[in-house]
Design a protein around this ligand. Structure first.
Ligand code: AGP
Length: 614
């Protein structure tokens, strides 16, 4: 996720800005930059890489200035490189802007600006915004703050921005919609950042802007907050921060993994933003559209990945076969690459990888590409090796995933797979219009349902405490939720070190049932619309052998509640989207058990976040 920092006051801005960027490094980024107002000039330094790389550029340059902004970029539009790094300067050289977020309608805005003579150096949506503000200011002859406000009323998407003008050394403007932004109120000095870590030692007085608000910071006039839509002045809530640095980096959560579990509503919204358009009965995915004929004509889709990404691919198999009626094979990348697979030009390979750097997955797609297949990527890191190796792709916009155990990336991957399957099914005519509309609106509702479900966390803590010392767990699921059983088992074993196995529920009779006794907790994923009667029988089989059952059930389920030892309710949804909901309690169950066992949740033993070696 991008990080923004700004300062205006009596101190030198540069040290505050650079140290502020270092405090925001945990958010994950691929480039960094800083700009200071220096009389009639702007001292602008930016580059691909880390903050230390930025410092190696600035160390022999003029970094003076009392007003400045700085940025760490997590690429969303345009790959990581020097030109795409922030800050961005407008055409007339007077405005300098940094931005965290995604502007959905940047392409149409850019087209209009080009028609009015504007030129662009980068591929970013941010450079469009800074020139839009310039265009408004030049055309309407208004103040910077009014130009920002008018421009933002033309923008669709998410942003946290800071912008200053060469023409006013006492003044800068910030604005927020969908991305975090906090203003630190010092004594005759002001700070702005994505969270409070960059300025905590200077002031603990802070205003967290609300969506749709902008802040006007002026050394002479002071700080004011106005509403973007109608310029009405807002009386801001000034709070006294109590948090320490470490806590803020994790957003107040004890671990990154828990923070990322709770970020899933936003991660899914950001992933389908600008793509899932239920009001237009439309799914827009440029990468797929470019290769739609390859998808429509495909003999089969082969999905390759590792670990959690492989589990997402397993959900993808059900989605594509159910909705688009296309044959799908899901392969462990490490097996696929070595078994001399039969691949033709009629195959579409979907490579799934959060990091975009997993060696086996990269090798698998290079092999498939060499043999003529079309390669489509689903990655969470823009410009990553796998993303660059594919013919096309669709990024998840889950933001950086710091915890080694993948959580929000998984649900974001499944969201992309659902949109791809829906789009292909629509293209092939395998989904009736009414069903298609129902599916689009239901997918649109998932973030709200996850947010509601996250409130049941305390109930899961009780279950975790009951079973935290079990030596083994069994996870059972059917249909769409069989991959969820696999994923739930992986989550538990990789962070709590308890052995766990996921199985298709019907398979239990073919062996695993021999394991069932009073010491074996069995997690059964049993939503109403997912082979319900069959899974109820499986629960009875476990209970008949004194097994302990933790059942994931649909809200209001009473039948299973009467026989299971514990039940965790999830909101109702269409069968195809149940994995997006049933996964959440399993993430929380593994998290709490791991914490209770004193495990290192964010960096489990023996594990790396990205396996870039074979
Ligand atoms: C999942 O929690 C693990 N961190 C691991 O299985 C991971 O999913 C796997 O290594 C694949 O990583 P990737 O998605 O970055 O390719």
């Amino acid at each position: 996720m991008c990080g923004i920092v700004g300062y205006i006051g009596a101190r030198d801005a540069y040290p505050i800005l650079i140290n502020g960027l270092k405090r925001l490094e945990y958010r994950g980024y691929d480039s960094a930059g800083v700009a200071m107002l220096q009389g009639n000039n702007i001292g602008l330094y930016k580059c691909k890489g880390k903050v230390v790389d930025l410092e190696s550029i600035t160390e022999n340059n003029d970094v003076s200035g009392k007003l400045g902004i700085a940025h760490t970029r997590w690429a969303t539009h345009g790959e990581p490189n020097d030109i795409n790094s922030h800050p961005h300067v407008s055409n007339n050289g007077k405005l300098v802007l940094i931005h965290n977020g995604i502007i959905e309608n940047y392409a149409s805005l850019k087209e209009a600006l080009i028609a009015r003579g504007y030129t662009f150096n980068s591929e970013t949506d941010t450079e469009v915004l800074v020139n839009l503000i310039e265009d408004v200011q030049e055309t309407e002859k208004v103040s910077l703050e009014e130009a920002v406000r008018i421009a933002l009323n033309q923008v669709i998407g998410a942003y946290a921005i800071a912008v200053f003008s060469l023409e006013n050394s006492d003044h800068f403007v910030v604005a927020k919609m969908g991305s975090p932004l906090v203003v630190g109120l010092g004594n005759q000095e002001y700070f702005v950042a994505s969270d409070a870590t960059p300025f905590l030692e200077y002031t603990k007085k802070a205003v967290y802007l609300e969506d749709g608000e902008m802040g006007v910071i002026d050394l002479n006039e002071g700080f004011k907050v106005i509403r973007i839509n109608d310029s009405k002045v807002v009386d801001p809530y000034v709070q006294q921060l109590q948090l320490d640095l470490a806590a803020i980096e994790k957003g107040g959560y004890e671990h990154f993994m828990l923070k990322e579990i709770y970020e899933q509503p936003k991660a899914i919204e950001d992933t389908y933003r600008g793509r899932l358009l239920p009001e237009q009965n439309l799914i827009r995915m440029a990468g797929m559209e470019e290769y739609i004929e390859k998808f429509v004509q495909a003999d089969r889709i082969i999905i390759v990945g590792c670990g959690t990404s492989w589990h997402a691919g397993m959900v993808g198999e059900y989605l594509f076969e159910d909705l688009a009626r296309v044959p799908v094979e899901v392969e462990y990348a490490s097996e696929f690459r070595y078994r001399n697979p039969i691949i033709t030009s009629k195959d579409v390979i979907i490579a799934i990888s959060q990091s975009g750097e997993t060696a086996d997955t990269l090798a698998a797609i290079k092999l498939a590409k060499k043999r003529g297949a079309t390669i489509f990527g689903i990655c969470n890191v823009v410009g990553s090796s796998i993303a660059r190796e594919t013919h096309a792709g669709a990024y998840t916009h889950a933001g950086p995933e710091i915890g080694v155990a993948s959580t929000k990336a998984f649900t974001a991957q499944v969201t992309v797979l659902a949109m791809l399957a829906l789009k292909l099914g629509r293209e092939k005519g395998t989904i009736p219009t009414s069903k298609y509309q129902e599916l689009l609106w239901e997918l649109n509702s998932i973030p709200t349902k996850i947010a509601a479900m996250l409130k049941t966390d305390s109930q899961i803590t009780e279950i975790s405490n009951t079973y935290k010392d079990a030596p083994n767990f069994l996870y059972l699921g059917r249909g769409y939720n069989f991959p969820v059983a696999l994923e739930g088992a992986l989550k538990l074993k990789e962070i709590s070190y308890i052995h766990a196995e996921g199985y298709p529920a019907a398979e239990m009779k073919h062996g695993p049932i021999a394991l069932i006794d009073e010491n074996m907790p069995v997690v059964v994923i049993a939503p109403k619309n997912g082979h319900y009667e069959k899974i109820v029988s499986n629960i009875q089989e476990v209970k008949a052998r004194s097994g302990k059952v933790i059942a994931i059930v649909s809200e209001g389920d009473t039948e299973i509640k009467s026989s299971a030892d514990f039940t965790i309710e999830v909101p109702d949804t269409l069968e195809a989207f149940t994995p997006l909901l049933t996964t959440i309690p399993l993430q929380l169950l593994s998290y709490h058990i791991a914490v209770m066992r004193g495990c290192n949740v964010d960096q489990p033993r023996n594990l790396a976040k990205s396996v870039t070696v074979e």
